[in-house]
Write a protein that binds this ligand. Structure first.
Ligand code: NDP
Ligand code: GUA
Length: 485
């Protein structure tokens, strides 16, 4: 059905401790194409027992993997990277089939994820220690860095490949072993990654993929099993809080990449055409289902009308459709429930006085489709202001001063990404420093890449992924006090 060049990439079994297995219970789960409603594949649905075996396998594999030289591990990661690049077209098709995003965007995600493997293959070589001045002549203080150990991860459906790559790359590079649980809606991309990991020479047990619909049971095992030393999650803040609490019992090291409520601010000195372009990619990438998507577009009053007009025209030009079709800009949402969620947010705003500028709404293309929509006249009494929209809705707010923009932007419990467009250099520094966010895009709507530290503050999470900082989340610091010198 997908016409893959390499059909072997489409797997129906879980990959646990180097074996492709059915679930113990014989249970299966259907992976549904959100554009067509068709079943892409029916795969094994595992639970806690298979997860435990994957963790035990990772623990057994750990010493040998840890004791390879960094260069030996880097070679395997580099081979894995090359295989992903070689198979990018097929991997993109699998991703679009299970997730919905346009094929070109899926291919971009595959390469974006692969870049983390390439980056960390090199970066692990630079995980240097330290020599510190001692308090007395007969002592020496040395600091070394060592891998944390068995790592478990849970990732969402919005980036089925890149979110795993962004975690497994630093983990393996550092010398940790890794058990992944992808979202049950999008397990196929993760399994395809495992096929290529095996081919690249990642040893048995070093990377396992547990697939299954009982996420609670799998998550419980991952967060309570004492063999797991590090747990890393990307997903909603509500689930992240629960998983973090579960990790507390065994004091696991955790990284949490949670929800966002990104402000996208357009000041009166901005290049409006550039701001419109930036807002379009920032908002409508992945049909708005991204934790760093513009969630609130704040526009200074003197340029509000011109921005709203140009932005609405650009939104109306976006083509909604099946991501497999040529020329489609925006694909379906992940499931009918997600469509209902955004519909409710828009209805709440309209009932409180907002205006649907382009009459966007559920589309006749299918039950997962929602047309890109612009809502004006939004204020902080509306749910659109407080909640992560995770859909193709762009709410426009008006503000008058720089201080007011910063105050509105920071009026949220989230602190992941933020964006602003301005030209005045003094304003650029003031606003960049005033925004309470882990990341700030300045005259730029796309900020993610493997060389930069991705992550949030406040209730958007902890830890950083990518960059020279990203490896630290998978390393422990050990201090050696050498006496008798
Ligand atoms: N920061 C981000 O990138 C993301 C934010 N979100 C936000 O969350 C909202 C809901 O999306 P949703 O997909 O439900 O996100 P979730 O946080 O529920 O899901 C993310 C991952 O967590 C798993 N999971 C869910 N519940 C549990 C649990 N109790 N124990 C262990 N694992 C669990 C899911 O597995 P399974 O799918 O198998 O249930 C999935 O793998 C979105 O509308 C958006 O606002 C969502 C995804 C990503
Ligand atoms: O939505 C997410 O969870 C990750 C954002 C995608 C990216 O830009 O890396």
């Amino acid at each position: 059905m997908l016409n893959l060049k390499n059909p072997d990439l489409l797997r129906k079994h879980a990959y646990i401790n180097g074996q492709w297995i059915d679930s113990d219970s014989g249970e299966t789960l259907d992976v549904i194409n959100p554009a067509s409603g068709e079943t892409v594949a029916t795969i094994a649905s595992c639970g806690a027992d298979e997860t435990r075996r994957a963790i035990e396998g990772a623990n057994e594999a750990w010493p040998e993997w840890r004791d390879l030289t960094v260069k030996e591990r880097a070679k395997i990661l580099r081979d894995w990277y090359n295989l992903i690049v070689d198979n990018a077209d097929d991997l993109a098709k699998i991703l679009t089939a299970e997730q919905g995003k346009p094929l070109a965007e899926a291919r971009t995600e595959i390469l974006y994820g692969a870049n983390y493997l390439e980056w960390f293959a090199e970066e692990a070589k630079r995980a240097y220690g330290d020599v510190i001045a001692p308090p007395s002549k007969d002592k020496r203080i040395v600091v070394i860095k060592q891998p944390v150990g068995v790592t478990a991860s849970i990732t969402p459906w919005n980036f089925p490949s890149a979110m795993i790559a962004r975690k497994v790359a630093p983990a393996l590079a550092a010398g940790c072993t890794f058990v992944a649980k992808p979202a049950s809606e999008t397990p196929l991309s993760a399994l395809a990654m495992a096929v290529l990991a095996e081919q690249a020479g990642v040893p048995k047990g070093v990377f396992s993929v547990v697939v299954g619909k009982s996420s609670r049971a799998i998550g419980k095992e991952m967060t309570t099993n004492p063999l797991v030393r590090k747990f890393t999650f990307t997903g909603s803040t509500a689930v992240g809080k629960q998983l973090q609490a579960q990790c507390a019992e065994t004091i696991k090291k955790t990284s949490m990449e949670l929800g966002g409520n990104a402000p996208f601010i357009v000041f009166d000195d901005a290049d409006i055409d550039e701001a419109v372009k930036g807002a379009i990619v920032c908002k409508y990438r992945n049909a708005g289902q991204t934790c760093v998507c513009a969630n609130r577009i704040l526009v200074q009053e003197s340029v509000f009308d011109v921005f709203a007009e140009k932005f609405s025209a650009a939104v109306n030009a976006l083509k909604l459709g099946n991501g497999m079709e040529e020329g489609v800009d925006v694909g379906p949402m992940i499931n009918p429930g997600a469509v209902n969620d955004v519909r409710a947010l828009v209805e709440d705003a309209i009932s409180k006085g907002a205006k649907n500028l382009n009459e966007g709404g559920p589309s006749e293309l299918g039950e997962c489709f929602y047309t890109p929509t612009v809502v004006s006249g939004v204020d902080d009494t509306m749910k659109l202001f407080r909640e992560e929209i995770f859909g193709p809705i762009a709410p426009l707010y008006k503000f008058s001063s720089e201080e007011e923009a910063i105050q509105i932007a920071n009026d949220t419990e989230f602190g992941l990404a933020s964006y602003f467009y301005a030209r005045d250099i003094g304003r650029i520094w003031r606003v960049a420093e005033g925004l309470e966010y882990g990341m700030v895009g300045i005259n730029e709507g796309i900020i993610s890449n493997e060389m930069a530290p991705f992550g949030g503050i406040k209730q958007s999470g902890t830890g950083r992924e990518g960059s020279k900082y990203g490896i630290d989340d998978y390393l422990e610091i050990k201090y050696l006090c050498m006496g008798g010198i």
